[in-house]
Design a protein around this ligand. Structure first.
Ligand SMILES: Cc1ncc(COP(=O)(O)O)c(C=O)c1O
Length: 365
C-alpha cells in the first residue's frame, strides 16, 4: 500500500471524468457505428489544410519541435493582434490552466471560480495543494457579483469561463466591467474563451482591450473546438509580457509538439472551413432545441457547440440507456447537475440519431 505516503490533497483527488471514448463503447457493444456527442468536439473534423500540413511534417518526426514555436507565434500574434512575447502556448489550453496555477498560486494564494464550470480548474488546484473556492451560480450563469464578494487578499487567480462549459451561458461586457472595478487590479483574471468562435463578434466581451488596460489578465483559447484539432493538443493564451515570461520559465521546453504547431498554423488560414463549422453547429443547435422541447426537456440556450438540458429525472440512467443504442452524451453528476445531460452538435444524421435515442430512452425509462 502506498496510501500512507501520498499527501492528503492527492489521496482525495478524483481523476478527470472524460467523455467515454467511441472505441471503448464499440468494444463493449460489439458494434462499429456508435456516435460520440460527449466532448464538445467538432463534427466536421479539422481543416483539410491542417491534415495536409500534419502529413507533410511526418518525415521530420525524429526532430524535437521548435520549442519557441516561432512561426505559429508570429501567425497567432497577427491573428489576435498582440506581440509574440505576449502569447502562451500549451499542450491544450488545459496545460496553460495548469501552468498558471503552478506559476502563480501557493498555499496562501488560491483560485476562485464558479460552481458548475470546467472541472479542470478544481482538479489542478487540488493536485497543486492550492486553496480553491467555487461560488454558486445564479440560474446556470456565472454570478460575477457573488464572486467579487469572495475576493480577498489571498485570491490569486480567478477563472471566468465565457461562454461556460457545461452550461453554455455567458456574461456580457457590462457585467465584466462592473466586476473588474469591484475586484481591483490584484488578482489575475483568466477569461477562458474555449468556445469563443461560436459567439458572434458583437456578442463577445472585448478581451484583447482588457489585456492592454489590465496587465494581470489572461485570455485562453484552444484549437480543440471550432478548429477541430482536439487530438493534436494545442491551446493558446494572450496576456502581458510579464505573465508570459514567468509561465515560460515553468513550462516544459517542448510542450507543444510539432504536428500540433503546423496543424494549428494551417487551420488559422482556412477561414472557409471555420465558417462551415459554425454554420453547421448553428443549424444543428436549432434542430436539437426543437427536438428537446418536443420531448418536454428544458434546455439552456447556448452560445457554444453544445447544449445542456434538464431531463427532470436521473440523467445517468438516461445516459446509460442511450449508450446501449450507441449514442454517447455526457452525464453531469460531476458538475453537480444530476438531472441534466450535455450533448454537442454533430453532423445532421448524428443529431437525428441523438434525438431518436433520447426518445427511446425516455419511453423505456
Ligand atoms: C472551458 C474549457 N476550457 C478548456 C478546455 C480544454 O481544452 P484543450 O485542453 O483541449 O485546449 C475545455 C475542453 O473541454 C473547455 O471546455
Amino acid at each position: 500500500m502506498v496510501d500512507s505516503i501520498v499527501p492528503e490533497n492527492i489521496r482525495t483527488l478524483t481523476a478527470y471524468p472524460p467523455g467515454k471514448p467511441l472505441s471503448e463503447l464499440e468494444r463493449e457493444l460489439g458494434v462499429s457505428s456508435a456516435i460520440k456527442l460527449a466532448s464538445n468536439e467538432n463534427a466536421l473534423g479539422p481543416s483539410p489544410k491542417a491534415t495536409r500540413a500534419i502529413a507533410n511534417a511526418l518525415p521530420e518526426l525524429h526532430r524535437y519541435p521548435d520549442g519557441g514555436a516561432f512561426y505559429l507565434r508570429r501567425r497567432l500574434s497577427k491573428h489576435v493582434n498582440v506581440q509574440p512575447n505576449e502569447l502562451l502556448l500549451g499542450n491544450g489550453s488545459n496545460e496553460i490552466i495548469e501552468l498558471l496555477i503552478r506559476t502563480f498560486c501557493s498555499k496562501d494564494a488560491g483560485v476562485l471560480t464558479s460552481e458548475a464550470t470546467f472541472v479542470v480548474y478544481r482538479l489542478v488546484s487540488q493536485a497543486a495543494g492550492v486553496p480553491f473556492e467555487a461560488v454558486p451560480m445564479t440560474d446556470l450563469h456565472f454570478d460575477l457579483d457573488a464572486i467579487a464578494e469572495r475576493v480577498t487578499s489571498n485570491t490569486r487567480l480567478i477563472f471566468l469561463c465565457n461562454p461556460n462549459n457545461p452550461t453554455g451561458t455567458k456574461f456580457n461586457q457590462e457585467s465584466l466591467d462592473r466586476f473588474l472595478v469591484r475586484i481591483g487590479d490584484d488578482p489575475i483574471v483568466v477569461l477562458d474563451e474555449a468556445y469563443i468562435e461560436y459567439v458572434p463578434q458583437a456578442e463577445r466581451v472585448k478581451a484583447m482591450e482588457l489585456i492592454a488596460k489590465r496587465p494581470r489578465t489572461v485570455v485562453l483559447r484552444t484549437f480543440s473546438k471550432a478548429y477541430g484539432l482536439a487530438g493534436a493538443r494545442i491551446g493558446y493564451g494572450m496576456t502581458s509580457e510579464a505573465i508570459a515570461d514567468y509561465v515560460n520559465r515553468v513550462r516544459q521546453p517542448f510542450n507543444v509538439n510539432q504536428l500540433a504547431q503546423v496543424g494549428a498554423l494551417a487551420a488559422l488560414d482556412d477561414t472557409d472551413h471555420l465558417q462551415q463549422v459554425i454554420e453547421l453547429t448553428e443549424s444543428g443547435k436549432q434542430k436539437i432545441y426543437a427536438g428537446l422541447e418536443s420531448m418536454g426537456m428544458r434546455y439552456t440556450p447556448s452560445w457554444t457547440n453544445f447544449v445542456l438540458f434538464d431531463t427532470f429525472r436521473d440523467g445517468k440512467s438516461l445516459y446509460q440507456a442511450m449508450l446501449k443504442q450507441g449514442v454517447i452524451v455526457r452525464p453531469m453528476n460531476a458538475y453537480g447537475l444530476p438531472s441534466h445531460l450535455r450533448v454537442n452538435m454533430g453532423l445532421n444524421e448524428e443529431n437525428d440519431r441523438f434525438l431518436a435515442a433520447l426518445k427511446q430512452a425516455l419511453n423505456s425509462n
